[in-house]
Design a protein around this ligand. Sequence first.
Ligand SMILES: Cc1cc2nc3c(=O)[nH]c(=O)nc-3n(C[C@H](O)[C@H](O)[C@H](O)COP(=O)(O)OP(=O)(O)OC[C@H]3O[C@@H](n4cnc5c(N)ncnc54)[C@H](O)[C@@H]3O)c2cc1C
Length: 391
Amino acid sequence: MQSPLDRAIDALSEEHREYLMQIRRFVRTECAPHDAAMFEDGHPPEALLAKMRELGLFGLTIPEADGGLGLDLTMFCLVLREIARTAPAVRTYMNINNGIGSRGLVQSGSAPQKEKYLSRIASGEYIAAFCLTEPGAGSDAAAIQTRATKTDSGWRIDGTKHYITNAPFADVFTVIAVTDPDKGARGGITAFIVEKGTKGLSVGPVQETMGGSAQHQCEVVFDGCEVPDDAVLGAIGEGFKVGMKTLDEGRISLAASAIAYAELALEKACEYATTRRAFGKPIGDNQGIQWMIADSATELFAASTMLLETCRRYEAGERVSTEASMLKLFASEKACEIADRAIQIHGGYGYTLEGGIERIYRYLRMFRIVEGTSEIQRMKVARALLKAAAK
Ligand SMILES: Cc1cc2nc3c(=O)[nH]c(=O)nc-3n(C[C@H](O)[C@H](O)[C@H](O)COP(=O)(O)OP(=O)(O)OC[C@H]3O[C@@H](n4cnc5c(N)ncnc54)[C@H](O)[C@@H]3O)c2cc1C
């Protein structure tokens, strides 16, 4: 059965379809020989990074006027689907530049900020990072303690962020900090752009994860970190909105990646179910295996349809905060279930490192946590409905 996402590819313009096929060829012929090494150390080799830059992979979502390819969200999600066919290191390197590392600048940056940073982020010359989460504040983002204090020449930032993806090699950090503790999230939080090498900014050692080496997440410490006035991103006091809007879009593309990894797991499960034999027949002849395959395919069909509809509404200019939460919740939860079933279908081989399924499972587990946990997505959806009902 054709996936709704394959149908979406059929509906693309000739130019976009050709671009997507270029990415497919890049992943399947140029990345593939490096997969094993990238799984191991989490870094694409320089030659691949150069090709990624050449293909525009760091600036897919950045407007053409700012040096990117200016692709719409559907197209970005389709590219991420292709990228899921190589080691996660490739996704990690390009994803933040296209998502939480640049969206604040695209949406709220001043003309000089856009000129200075966006074309470099789009070209991959700069790697971007986004610093919101702190040891004492994750889901409850409004409780952050990192403080930005006004000085004569600009702002002084003090505080600690953690789990910051790509921090070890990031060139530019979007930092969310408290500027007025009395106002908190309602006008007291501001976003800043901080460059690597700024005095008082330091990056801690990598915080290892169950997802393997690709995540590169670290603590980022601001200790008397002085930035000029023009480092403020958007209006003073509007940083919480900048951060939350950035996350809405991120949730849609995260869902796209979760779906793509789950598709891969299901493909491998189907392949194995037709070749592995037990009791004199392929294991796929058993209803117990067939049901797992059927449930996984059904959930992928639903998640893919939700993804395309959410992208469509977003591209039509609608506010899709609730839809993005529903999508991220459903896609990431179901993707984990699908990968779990794929391991089960592979039996003992599914549990071995050699089989490669456990790797998909471990990587996918992150999607239920990052950019808002499943519980937070449920909270957002329920609140939206209850608010509407109370009107
Ligand atoms: C791989 C990875 C990469 C990341 N990259 C970045 C990054 O680049 N930048 C960045 O800023 N952050 C990043 N994060 C942080 C991530 O966004 C947070 O981990 C996430 O938002 C959850 O916050 P927390 O870990 O503090 O969990 P907590 O907020 O402590 O939550 C713990 C548990 O309590 C639950 N919970 C909390 N509140 C409620 C509630 N009201 N109702 C029900 N349950 C609740 C949560 O759902 C969760 O299950 C990354 C995290 C990971 C794992």
